[in-house]
Design a protein around this ligand. Structure first.
Ligand SMILES: [Zn+2]
Ligand SMILES: [Zn+2]
Length: 256
């Protein structure tokens, strides 16, 4: 099993997760040409995708999903709430299958087990995912304002984690955002800051953890070394061991 990022941040997010011959995209916040280019960077073609999972309707996650799905006839999996909120982006002629998922119910796409779980975020029915091949598990958590006991039980005993480190609270508060936007981002339906993400990490069972990537870093309100320092202190590891999913490059293949 292996995974990589096509880019992460407020201008677009997308992960690729592969188990044997199954390959899924988790979110697609990039335009058609851009995502095809980024997929090629990993040595893949869009035609090789088995499906697209969508976490929620915000543009940086769902903006490019339907165009990609329609062009290459790739089935899409999303909650009813996410579908309702993004229905207006559906093409008039729909060439792909839409699968509505329950935010608590696991399902399969080929060789991949997919376990969604709900998160507190200002969207209609947002979820995040744990994906596995029966041997290894990858946990993904971005776009959540707070942690919950259910989130922490889902992310425990993962072999890999992609964890939101959206902002440094101090940088956000002293930065250029308007007061309402600062409140939204740091609110309980907003995004995880470095310290909250580190606190969550320290409560997980990390005994199997081989890869840890910080994701969805704000270009205005965070710096890679601040995210790394917070997470490495929580884990008791070298800061450099922690990867960063950045906006332009994402990160290359990681393997279990
Ligand atoms: Zn986002
Ligand atoms: Zn969001």
């Amino acid at each position: 099993m292996r995974f990589a990022s096509l880019g992460s941040g407020s201008s677009g997010n997308s992960l690729v997760i592969e188990a044997r011959s199954t390959r899924v995209l988790l979110d697609c916040g990039f335009g058609l040409r851009e995502v095809v280019k980024r997929i090629a960077r990993l040595g893949l073609l869009a035609e090789q995708l088995s499906g697209i999972l969508v976490t929620h309707e915000h543009d940086d996650h769902a903006g490019g999903v339907f165009r990609l799905a329609n062009k290459y006839r790739i089935p899409v999996w999303l909650t009813h709430g996410t579908f309702t909120m993004s229905e207006r982006y559906l093409p008039s002629q729909c060439n792909f299958q839409v699968n509505i998922i329950d935010s608590h119910e696991a399902f399969h796409i080929g060789d991949l087990h997919v376990h969604p779980f709900p998160v507190p975020h200002d969207a209609r029915e947002p979820v995040q995912f744990v994906l596995g091949d029966g041997q290894h598990r990858l946990g993904v958590l971005t776009d959540t304002g707070t942690s919950t006991p259910h989130i922490e039980s889902m992310l425990s005993k993962c072999d890999g984690l992609v964890l939101e480190c959206n902002h440094d609270l101090d940088m956000l508060m002293k930065g250029p955002y308007t007061w309402p936007l600062k409140q939204r981002v740091s609110g309980r339906l907003g995004h995880l800051d470095n310290a909250t993400s580190a606190g969550l990490l320290s409560r997980l069972d990390n005994s199997r953890l081989k890869h840890l990537l910080a994701a969805h870093l704000s270009a205005q309100n965070n710096l890679p070394h601040l995210a790394r320092n917070a997470l490495s202190t929580a884990l008791g590891c070298e800061a450099e061991w922690i990867g960063i999913a950045d906006q332009e490059q994402g990160f290359g293949w990681r393997e279990f």
